[in-house]
Write a protein that binds this ligand. Structure first.
Ligand code: URA
Length: 428
């Protein structure tokens, strides 16, 4: 006879039959799963029941707290500056963390960005930064605190100690068709952010073909759920709903995206990347008590670039080093004339992934120089034969499948619809 207070089957049955789980049931099942008492196949069944039947606000909040309690909590309260963090739900060409962290740090706000690697068609911030020669992502908590105090911004790997229950559950969801459950996505993201200990958080919730959430209604529900969780935990949390139907900027791929981020830090870069960087910086600074900061000036006058250089150097990187370039390239040309009215983010992301910018299995190396450079995007007028994109890879046998993915990505018409980079803001 076991000494456990519940058994997994009764909890699975309860959620299957649409019952609300009690706080004690939730605490137990998350803890017992982390300890290995609840088996993977049982947690898979429960995750599917949650996906199908949902959870109420207080159930999600308790689930999040149980995942936080499975690991360590960090504490930035000893820093001399307030902390502000941003989390994006992920998209194609989303390099915003790179210019954003140093930009916000210009205003004496500490920006701890615990980032991840890409999986599937979306890129990962750590993979992008590792294309800078010498840069390393594994910092101890002490190194991280020192860098936050001295430079103001750090982008590094999340340690294994934060929300280990989520790590285990996320890997399980990935292979059981249960990633897309809003209660599970919200608790997964927010458990890590709350455990990390930031005082304020801005969420960039993406919507469109290149995002997890393909329609605005679902994205709004996810954003609202996460803002509620953050607020309930005492973290000043807001969310921007942002467009991911079109890739962000004109590059997709690790070194290519670093190059574009450096252009933004030099005061240039594509308008959508600048607009989103500025919008998120304003939100983060407002949440950190600095609503009047002149963010655009810090991009134009080189202050953000100075912090970037110090941030990269502090982690062993050489900000002046040449970035890796792929060995092979191939051009994609327009097959007709017209105005580009759409450019499908998912198809471009898939092409970048197939070229080697992403990985098919966890732990595989990525190709730093691989990816897509876009020459024409929504609103541009093209003539048949114009250059639309350049594909890059070290392994040319990848070109055919990448071309297959990207060839139909552009749509044409008479007039492009106006693009809203920031669709809405969600507050508590
Ligand atoms: N990112 C996470 O950390 N968790 C999810 O469930 C989805 C995206």
């Amino acid at each position: 006879m076991s000494n456990e207070p519940f058994d997994a089957v009764e909890i699975i049955r309860a959620k299957r039959d649409r019952a609300k789980l009690s706080p004690e049931q939730i605490d137990w099942v998350v803890d017992a799963y982390t300890r290995g008492v609840v088996a993977d196949y049982q947690m898979s069944a429960l995750a599917m029941a949650i996906l199908l039947n949902g959870m109420e606000r207080d159930e999600i909040s308790r689930w999040t707290n149980a995942m936080i309690a499975s690991g360590e909590r960090m504490d930035f309260s000893t820093l001399s500056r307030p902390t502000a963090d941003k989390h994006s739900t992920g998209g194609v060409g989303d390099k915003i963390t790179l210019p954003l962290a140093p930009l916000v740090a210009c205003f004496d706000v500490a920006v701890p960005q615990l980032s991840g690697r890409g999986l599937g068609h979306t890129g990962g911030t750590l993979d992008k930064l590792e294309s800078i020669p010498g840069w390393r992502c594994d910092l101890s908590n002490d190194e991280m605190m020192r860098q936050l105090e001295e430079v103001g911004a750090v982008i590094c790997a999340a340690g294994t100690g934060l929300a280990p229950a989520d790590k285990k559950l996320y890997a399980l969801r990935d292979v059981t068709g249960t990633v897309e459950a809003i209660p599970l996505i919200a608790s997964s993201i927010m458990s890590k952010k709350i455990a990390e200990g930031t005082a304020s958080l801005v969420l960039d919730v993406k919507v469109g073909s290149g995002a997890f959430m393909k329609n605005e209604e679902l994205a709004r529900e996810l954003a609202t759920t996460m803002v509620q969780l953050g607020t309930d935990a005492g973290v000043a949390t807001t969310a921007l709903l942002t467009d991911m139907s079109v890739p962000l900027g004109l590059t997709v791929g690790n070194a290519l995206e670093v190059r574009e981020s450096v252009e933004v830090l030099a005061g240039g870069g594509p308008a959508d990347v600048v607009e989103l960087t500025v919008a998120l910086a304003r939100e983060m600074l407002a949440a950190a008590g600095k609503p009047d900061a002149d963010v655009e000036a810090a991009l134009k006058d080189g202050r953000a670039m100075d912090v970037w250089r110090r941030m990269i150097a502090a982690q062993g990187g050489d900000p002046d080093a040449e970035l890796p370039v792929a060995k092979h390239s191939e051009e994609i040309r327009a097959e007709r004339s017209g105005v580009i009215t759409g450019l499908d983010a998912m198809q471009v992301g898939l092409a970048g992934w197939r070229l080697g910018a992403g990985r098919e299995r966890q732990g595989e190396p990525v190709q730093f120089g691989a990816g897509v450079e876009l020459h024409k995007s929504v609103g541009d007028e093209v003539r048949e034969g114009d250059l639309l994109a350049t594909l890059f890879t070290d392994t040319p046998e990848r070109f055919a499948r990448a071309q297959q993915a990207i060839s139909g990505a552009w749509s044409y018409g008479e007039q492009a619809p106006a693009r809203r980079v920031v669709i809405d803001k969600i507050t508590a």
